[in-house]
Write a protein that binds this ligand. Structure first.
Ligand code: AMP
Length: 282
């Protein structure tokens, strides 16, 4: 397995990996790898000969009061996990390799970041789209694997690939969960043991709402409000829980048949922000 810190070495290694028409799958991460990331690596291997994992805590996607400084960094451990998962190349650049002190161009997003995490994290998706573009240009993968866990990000990348004409196949990995249903996340490391016990409540609330929808409730306001109150009583602070159109990422009104929706939530438990979602097709 190659480990590259610079763009030049990475490009050189990619050129070698691509000989004889070999295909490359890219799995972008911010490190602190968990079994969810490893499931994306396995998925990548189904679509390509080589899997490249990038590990970069991207400063451009953190707001000034967010957790950039405390975000878990475990590069040595991550490298071991990648080696075991038969990754061909780990790209782990320093910040200065990716960003100049000064930049003259920015990415602007229309509408797709108005709701969900885009509403509560200004600048977040601009930072994500910027780094994903850079990674696509550096690695030039045939396939890129992203998780359903970050469904808004996935839908925006899908649209961005189309609009920016990246010649890349996008593949979605399902949400890897702990036995009690909590979606795995590098940020779960912030949870105290008591919070960790409470944390699966978010997924349970989403599952309850899903069940009610499937049994015919298509006006969901009261149903969702009730689940929010129950979560608040357990100590969660609600950022949002709602239904959104999968295609437009706008709030869904009364649900319609033959439409796809995202039932998504973001909540705080102490200083940890948890997100989760369920895809719903009526
Ligand atoms: P992150 O390192 O959190 O930026 O995530 C890197 C990639 O892993 C993203 O495409 C995420 O959607 C995906 N991911 C994060 N958590 C999970 C999970 N529990 N199951 C599957 N994929 C995940």
């Amino acid at each position: 397995m190659d480990i590259c810190k610079t763009i030049d070495e990475t490009r050189e290694t990619i050129r070698k990996l691509k000989t004889e028409g070999k295909r490359i799958a890219l799995v972008p991460t911010m490190g602190a790898l968990h079994p969810g990331h490893l499931s994306l690596i396995r998925l990548g291997r189904r679509y390509a000969d080589h899997v490249v994992v990038s590990i970069f805590v991207n400063p451009a996607q953190f707001g000034p009061n967010e957790d950039f400084d405390t975000y878990p960094r475990e590069l040595e451990e991550d490298i071991k996990k990648c080696r075991k998962a038969e990754v061909s190349l780990v790209f782990a650049p320093d910040k200065d390799e990716i960003y100049d002190d000064e930049s003259f161009f920015t990415i602007r997003i229309n509408r797709m970041n108005e709701q969900m995490c885009g509403a509560s994290r200004p600048g977040f998706f601009e930072g994500v789209m910027l780094i994903v573009n850079k990674l696509f240009n550096i690695i030039t993968p045939d396939v890129a694997v992203f998780g359903q866990k970050d469904i808004q990000q996935f839908q925006m990348i899908s649209r961005m690939i189309e609009e920016f004409n990246h010649d890349i196949e996008l593949v979605m990995g399902s949400i890897h969960r702990a036995n009690d249903g909590l979606a795995l996340s590098s940020r779960n490391a912030y949870l105290s043991s008591e919070e960790r016990t409470t944390a699966p409540g978010l997924y349970r609330a989403l599952q309850y709402i899903e069940k009610q929808i499937k049994s015919g409730v298509h006006k969901t306001t009261l149903l969702i409000d009730h689940q929010k109150s129950e979560l608040e009583a357990k100590g969660f602070k609600i950022d949002y829980i709602n239904l959104f159109s999968l295609k437009t990422l706008q709030l869904a009104g009364t649900l319609q048949h033959n439409q796809k929706y995202i039932l998504a939530g973001a909540v705080w438990l102490g200083k940890t922000r948890l997100i989760d979602n369920i895809l719903i097709e009526l």
